[in-house]
Design a protein around this ligand. Sequence first.
Ligand code: CP
Length: 348
Amino acid sequence: MTKHLLDFIDLTPEEFDHLYQLCEKIMKHPERFVHAASGKVSASLFYEPSTRTNLSFQTAMLRLGGSVIGFSDPGASSVAKGESLKDTVMMMSNYADVIVIRNPWEGAARAASLYSRVPVINAGDGGHLHPTQTMADLTTIRKHLGRLDNIDIGLCGDLKNGRTVHSLIKALSRYPNVRFHLISPRELKIPDYVRKYMIEHNQKFIEITSLEATIDTLDVLYMTRIQKERFTSESEYNRHKSAYTLTRAKLSSARNHMLVMHPLPRVDEIHVDVDDDPRAFYFQQARYGMYMRMALLHELLKHPQETPVSVAIGGSRCTNPRCITQCEPYLPALEHDGCCAYCDKELK
Ligand code: CP
């Protein structure tokens, strides 16, 4: 099993399958796991707001018999005094057996992993990736459609900034015959590196602006919020907010078996009148997230603590203004396939 979970594709399909089976066992017999993490401590470092990810990780650790430390307001930690990510992570990995981190900068979890003695889990890094949400998403699809291949999935909303979408596309690109219907305003289309990933993996995808044009062909409809916090101006956000609203009336043309999913929180993109439709799975999806996080913690806690390999200090060549290297200048420049290894943006 991978030591760190920074990107969903750090897990092989076999490792995901193993976690899925373990998740099923935990759901069926939670009483068998109540001491599984006894004596272990997780550190939740949340530099950004969260309800589901933070509290489901904490609940997961407590349900395994472990304990939790951390912060959900960096302003109440020494981050407010100017402490770097590196120093905070080095401290936390002295205290805890696993670190769960959410940070607004893209690539922050990978940066944290360079300095940690213990596994680091990416709980969301800016608009980049959110791998444990993908674990909840795939669990929902697999349990309720019975497969992860041969599906038509519509992803609708802010596909540029929605990190759950980026992780989910990368994950599903590993399965055959997945057809992506990418529904967004033109200005909020998927980032280039995600498009490139689908092309490299021979995935079929269309990019369109109308939900109504495609809803009747889908097995899964994955709605997302317009990510207000990623816009640089209020007026730009106002132009796009409420771009899509799924209502019960719009669902009338959808297939009976279609799953309506959403990583949550929602604002207005799914009307409350959809909640009682049997196709609405978003609250169930969040519940699976807790059990999947139990399975993940259970496996990652098996790793022994190791002193991290020292990394040379060096300037970063990444020009993405949202990349973690912009605000933590000591980070070494890291590259993969011509892209920044932290944020995946192409290095010019
Ligand atoms: N899905 C998700 O990441 O929700 P939170 O922001 O509440 O953690």
